[in-house]
Design a protein around this ligand. Structure first.
Ligand code: ZN
Length: 502
């Protein structure tokens, strides 16, 4: 009697695939029995079964890792793998969204910059139109920081379109919610730094450009955000008010926008700490504003040390979904992991990787709390950083550690000193003169600044492509090498937002 168990079935599948691919060439068992051979053959077999889901996406969740270039993904997946299992497993690990079926490479330049900033890149994603660095959802014909030039050049965003169709909308960020990336989803302004009214120039005030915080709150109920969670509380409260973490507001106009939020919208709530956040009943709250820090929220690595307590990106994501999913017509949720970028600017890989892993956790939570048949989930970045994975470290070498070669010996550079796997082309870790000897330094420590080549107070963005990962209805549209503004059109198409006719 022949008993076929599942293991044998898997072997049969692999064998038939080999026959198909190689015209029945006989491969040695040392090749076909290898785990590398089997798992990769299974991956291709799985791909041949994949169907394009052309259904309309009722819901769309777009995750943006600010500054999350490809090297950040690679290092973060190794870091996560090394935390979860033995060090050898790190390289084979996948971040949650790296398992998504569809991927594209994305060109990120702004209309006036080869290497972009977050304002121009998120404008491309939000409006389908590339624009200048520094401007938010106004067209390229606007001059930066010139209010008058932006008049009549305001662009309609995905949030506007979704609201117009009767969908619910939400924006979440670990940065200030008025910072460039989240702000491009709901505000139109020629200057990303006009976060509070006290930031406006005399020209901007004279020509009636509104600050970003004002634009977030002072919307018609029909075009209001259902969820806005992040940092940046100081931009919403007057200079005369001190917040719950003993920080002063920045508004000169005396308006408390947190109060306006609750006055303006039905079933609304404002929270500013973890206790308030946890107490929100999502069944009775339709408009939630959460501002958990005067400026940016904490890095995930430091979150538990926060004065008043902050929710994690994962917790903000799931609470947002719980509020938004009450709308039978569907929703659009945009979630930014805002501080991967900030840690990189500081030359601090440790915090950047932990924030990238937390983004991966938040994406997994979104997958777990939605129906794959009606929800398009996409993960991308706005731009990359000059962050590198270098040398020839052996498998399993701690990703934040000094390079040890395959023979286990500490690798040294031409100056006779050891070096880390992770580094930056420029930034605060550069030393003018002789390079520090890292032999007795703990490079895996949270505050370690990776060495860099070119001395700069703040490490810079990088100009190479970033990635787009997609799953769910319409996700097959994420393929090839695309301009960043195509992401808008993928969402428009998948969710039938009606921005243009195809
Ligand atoms: Zn940046």
């Amino acid at each position: 009697m022949i008993v076929i168990n599942m293991k044998n079935m898997a072997t049969l599948v692999s064998c038939s695939l080999v026959a198909m691919v190689t015209n029945a060439a006989i491969l040695p068992t040392t090749q076909t029995d290898s785990k590398w051979f089997k798992t990769s053959a299974e991956k291709v077999a799985e791909k041949t079964q994949q169907q394009h889901n052309q259904k309309k996406a009722k819901n769309v969740i777009l995750f943006v890792g600010d500054g999350m270039g490809i090297s950040t993904l690679t290092a973060a997946r190794i870091y996560q793998g090394q935390q979860l299992q033995d060090n050898m497993g790190g390289e084979e690990n996948f971040l949650s969204f790296e398992q998504f079926p569809h991927t594209a490479l994305v060109k990120t330049y702004n209309t006036n910059q080869q290497t972009p900033d977050s304002a121009g890149t998120m404008t491309a994603i939000s409006t389908g139109v590339k624009s200048k660095a520094g401007v938010l959802s106004v067209s390229d014909t606007s001059l930066r920081a010139n209010c008058l030039s932006s008049k009549g050049n305001e662009l309609i965003t995905l949030v506007d379109l979704a609201n117009e169709k009767g969908l619910s909308t939400g924006v979440v960020s670990t940065a200030r919610i008025t910072h460039a990336t989240p702000a491009a989803t709901y505000a139109n302004t020629p200057e990303r730094n006009w976060e509070a009214d006290s930031d406006l120039s005399a020209e901007a005030a004279a020509n009636e450009c509104q600050d970003i915080a004002y634009q977030l709150v002072m919307r018609d109920e029909a075009n209001a955000l259902s969820v806005a969670l992040g940092g940046g509380r100081r931009n919403f409260i007057p200079t005369t008010v001190t917040d719950g973490e003993n920080k002063k507001g920045r508004r000169d106009d005396g308006i408390d926008l947190t109060k306006r939020w609750t006055e303006q919208f039905t079933n609304s709530a404002y929270v500013w700490d973890k206790v308030g956040f946890d107490a929100i009943d999502t069944t009775t709250t339709d408009h939630l504003l959460g501002l958990f820090n005067a400026s940016h929220m904490e890095y995930e690595a430091d979150r538990l040390n926060d004065t008043a307590g902050e929710p994690s990106l994962t917790q903000m994501t799931t609470k947002s979904i719980d509020i938004l999913k009450k709308n039978d017509q569907g929703y659009l949720l945009i979630v930014e992991s805002g501080r991967i970028d900030h840690a990189h600017h500081a030359g601090n890989a440790h915090r950047a990787l932990i924030d990238a892993v937390e983004l991966s956790n938040a994406v997994q939570a979104a997958v777990d709390n939605t129906d794959p048949d009606d929800t398009l989930i996409m993960v991308t970045a706005d731009h990359s950083h000059v962050f590198t994975i270098a040398g020839y470290p052996k498998r399993g070498n701690p990703i934040l550690g000094l390079v040890h070669n395959v023979d286990g010996k500490l690798a040294t550079a031409d100056d006779g000193k050891p070096y880390t796997t992770l580094g930056y082309t420029n930034g605060p870790g550069a030393v003018v003169g002789l390079r520090d000897d890292l032999s007795s330094i703990d490079t895996q420590e949270k505050d370690f600044i990776q060495q860099a080549l070119i001395p700069m107070g703040s490490e810079t963005h990088a100009g190479e492509d970033i990635s787009l990962h997609a799953t769910g209805p319409g996700s097959y549209l994420a393929q090839g090498v695309i301009e960043q503004n195509v992401i808008f059109h993928i969402i428009n198409q998948a969710q039938s937002l009606g921005a243009s006719k195809y």
